[in-house]
Design a binder for this molecule. Structure first.
Ligand SMILES: C[S@@+](CC[C@H](N)C(=O)[O-])C[C@H]1O[C@@H](n2cnc3c(N)ncnc32)[C@H](O)[C@@H]1O
Length: 320
């Protein structure tokens, strides 16, 4: 039987967050093992830190080979991961993520995210106002957090131009253009994020085949392309906004164009209904394929096909 007391215990998650925020694993890896030294380097209280680390040792994170001396083990080595640091650092984006869960009750009561009440403004505006957070988010969405994106979203041979709508700093678009040298691409995202794409496209060797546009995807999108990609976008938004974004794609695309949705959609209704961080950050959620059939209709489109690995839903304009 699952112990509810264990499920309720917040000690471990907070200790892991603190260890990551204070970069304890990195310091141990660099040669510091004594807790007093670790605390001096991390500018924190040695007694409190020792108790945090001993709790983590009891949970299997770090070893304590001699009293007050800490060493990495396989689990502690995971704390060296750069993506994990970005998403868990309480002094940065990880603090926004962790504290957002504290707004869950309000979100459940009202049906809306309470991020703005907690942090003073909605999530995307918060990132705009805090370039450090914005930079961390963009890095987390990029290769640091998710590795090299898989460009196999469709048969690119049948496409000439592609728009990555909310494409972040351009990592996925760069991979698509590398995989399909005949393609031209357009990146659409918010200004601070788009500003970081130039160096990425140069480094990927695709800068001469790409245009970067700083704009909202709730405004008119660059028109006349035959493919509009929405990768991990629609699960950030409530239903009304999902349909609004799809309508923008439908209005902009060629008559025989396609919209490719990757991320946030699942053929399994139960799997799609799991609670995710987007709910408390943004009021977003994952959806089932059937829900997308209705969104597509509302936007003047229809589900044309799906593909596996990665799972992609393709929408097109109705043929009749
Ligand atoms: C979850 S990230 C996904 C990024 C990228 N597509 C990927 O798969 O990594 C959502 C993206 O939507 C962008 N975004 C949010 N609101 C936007 C808006 N109104 N117009 C354009 N982009 C927006 C964010 O800047 C961010 O890059």
């Amino acid at each position: 039987m699952t112990s509810v007391m264990q499920l309720l215990d917040l000690t471990t998650p907070w200790c892991v967050h603190v260890a990551i925020t204070l970069r304890i694993a990195d310091r141990v890896q660099a040669g510091t093992s004594n807790v007093t030294e670790l605390a001096r380097e991390a500018e924190c209280d040695p007694t409190f830190l020792r108790r945090v680390l001993r709790h983590l040792v009891a949970k299997g994170v770090f070893d304590e080979p001699a009293p007050g001396e800490f060493a990495l083990n396989d689990t502690a080595e995971q704390l060296l991961d750069e993506g994990l640091k970005l998403s868990s650092d309480l002094d940065g984006l990880g603090g926004r993520f962790a504290h957002s869960w504290g707004t869950l009750l309000e979100a459940v009561r009202t049906g809306k995210p309470a991020y703005a009440e907690r942090f003073g403004r909605p999530f995307w505006e918060d990132l705009d106002a805090n370039p450090k957070l914005r930079h961390a988010f963009d890095a987390l969405m990029g290769t640091v957090g998710h590795g090299t994106p898989d460009p196999r979203l469709t048969d690119w041979e049948t496409v000439r131009t592609v728009v990555d709508v909310g494409g972040g700093t351009g990592g996925l678009l760069a991979e698509i253009l590398k995989a399909a040298p005949h393609l031209h691409g357009t990146l659409v995202d918010l200004p601070q994020t788009v500003a970081e794409s130039e160096a990425l496209f140069e480094a990927a060797g695709v800068a001469d085949r790409v245009t970067a546009v700083a704009q909202s995807f709730f405004d008119e999108l660059p028109a006349g392309s035959d493919c509009y990609v929405l990768a991990s976008i629609l699960n950030d938004w409530p239903d009304e906004e999902v349909v609004a974004i799809l309508r923008r794609c439908a209005a902009a695309m060629n008559d025989d164009g396609r919209v490719l949705i990757r991320g946030g959609v699942s053929p399994d209704e139960h799997a799609a209904d799991q609670l995710t961080l987007e709910a408390v950050l943004l009021g977003g959620r994952n959806r089932s394929l059937d829900e997308f059939r209705q969104f597509a209709l509302d936007a003047g489109l229809e589900v044309a096909k799906t593909r596996e690995s990665p799972y992609v839903v393709e929408l097109r304009k109705p043929t009749t």
